[in-house]
Design a protein. Sequence first.
Length: 261
Amino acid sequence: MTSSPKAIEIRNLTLAYQGHPAVHHLSGAFEAGSLTAIVGPNGAGKSTLLSALSGQKSGIEGSIDFAPAIQSVQGRASKLAYLPQQSAIDREFPVRVLDVVSLGAWRELGSFRPVSADIRARASEVLAAVGLIGFERRYIGELSVGQLQRVLFARLLMQDAQIILLDEPFNALDTRTAEDLLGVVLNWHRQSRTVIAVLHDLEMVRQYFPQTLLLAREVIAWGSSAEVLTTENLARARQTAEYWDDRAPWCVRPPESGSRG
C-alpha cells in the first residue's frame, strides 16, 4: 500500500515563544490535500507551530520541508497563504476593503506596480463569494469582527494557494459568518488544497475535519480525528500542559507518572 504524498514534513522540530520552550521535538507530516485541525490546551504551542509553518518563525532545531511543487529555491513555501488571529490586524490603518483583498494578488503585482482592472474585478468577485457585495470602498476600521474575517478570507481566495494556514479562523464570529466561512474551508478541501487550522471547537473538528494534531507542546496524538479526540488523549493533553515548566532546560520532558515531584 503506497502512502499519500506529503505537502509538509516536520522532523524533530523545537520552537520557542518569547524565549520560552513552546513546541518540543515534533515530527510528522501533513498529507497533500488533507484537512487538519490543530487542537490542544491554551499555551500548547498551536499558534507558534502555525507561525513556523508560515515561515515567520525559525526553529531552534529540526526542519520543515515542503513538497517540491510548492517549494521555492530558498526552501520556503511559495504557494502558501497564512491567516493570523484578528488581534494581529491593525484596524486603525486607513485602508479600504478592496485594497486589502487586492493584496492577495501580491505575486502578480510585484513591487510598486499599480493594481490592474483585472485584479480589482477578481477582488470584487471573491468579496461577493464571501457575502460582501458592495463593501469595496469601506474602510476596515468600519467593519464588524465577522465582516473583517470575511474580508481576510476573500484575500486568501485571491492568493489561490495550495497550502492554507488558519489561526483560530472562527473565533468570536456569529453563527452565520462561521458557517459561511466553514463552507469556504470545506470547498478548499474539495479542491484538494492542504488546509491546516488551529481550532478550539472540538465538535466542529469531529464533524468536519478528518485529521487532527493534538498538541500540548509535544505531540499527544496525530491522525484521524476519531482516533485522536478520545477522552484519554484529551485528558493526557491537559495533564501534559500542566506539567510543562517554562524555566526548564529545552529537552526536559514532563514526568510520566501522575506525581509532581
